[in-house]
Unconditional design. Sequence first.
Length: 440
Amino acid sequence: MTEEIIEKLATLVDKEGGKAYYVGGYVRDLLLGKKSKDIDIEVHGVSENTLKEILRKVGKPLEYGKDFGIYSLEGTNIDIALPRVETKTGEGHRDFEVEVKPDISLKDACRRRDFTINSMMIDILTNELIDPFNGEEDLNDRILKHIDDETFVEDPLRVFRAAQFASRFNLKIDDATIELCKTMDETKLSKERVEEELKKALLQSEKPSIFFEYLAKMNKLDYWFKEVKECIGYEQNPNKHPEGDVFTHTMMALDEGALYRNMVSDSYYFMLLLLVHDFGKLRTKVMTEEGIHFYGHENYLDDIKIFLDRLISSNDTKEYVLEMVPKHMRGHKIFSYKLNEYESNLWFSNVKHPKDLVYIATSDKSNHRDPNRIAFLLNRYTIFEYINSKEQVTGKDLINNGIKPGDRFSEYLDYAYDLKLQGIEKEDALKATLQYIKEN
């Protein structure tokens, strides 16, 4: 259906003396053999009014870039745009003057794109590739190059786009592009725009570490990812972390986590947690006779809160991360020392998504992967699920036994729940709880 709509659109444009092209990321993904959710089309050689008439013949047009000549068709994932030229007018990311130019040359239309791999066009009717900046060659060579020195620097978001493209498509960023990125001021970007690039890197990359490694090469961790930069060169105990510093460990955890992100409650929350899980080490380092230790680092959340407030918009995301970070160390001890089932039940209790803890503990030990770890912890989670599904002592049970609600009522219920986690059946747990109340 979508292909028929596109062909009809291109044919009608052709009859009006114009041309319709696939452009941008859609062409890049097509050459990579990847499926792209969104289809981007650029129409040349017809006026805005003519394009509107054509779109009405094809479907129900939706205009969402009124000043920029950008349209969509209801019920499709197609974006249709007229070629335009953007001129920087200020320092803000929205400070651009946009001029629609239907008769701009194909080379100039491609020139306004950020990278050569995004600058290609395909004629919809003839399937001809228009590639004035050798994007196909760079794509085959796995090189990410900017197109134009002057226009590239106009949008500092391209610093983060470069890093996430390198991460998602396993590309080497050209040295000249890295040097140009170093000159750009990303501090005035909105956090929403930066977070969107971060999200793409964390969710669409086999190795999300590449995103941060390139930002480090560009000297672009200082403002938005200050805490990540502090992890670089921050020494750990080599006996426990032979991989090296906190940054290296964090990057390995991210890459390991990419294997499990489709198995957790929310992929983005999970990957973000792995990014920040060891920020507490930056403030808890102590030297002992046995070497470096970070006692209680999992409970030091100040730097994590600062980072999340700086970059993350969703309170749900923050809540998940801050709930799970203090739990991330316990799984290592449960597995290493084969602690009893009650200890693992405690670990899984009182979080919204307990199963995620299995994958957090597995990713966090990426420097010496043990296939038995995940099997052991998943088995313990199954046991917890079974125990947790059993009946438990309720407030109504306590009231029916003469206990009046008061300041200590929640304490009594917590005591009863702890008995349940120990595997004690409800009837016995109720008796023990009433005895506890009597004695206390």
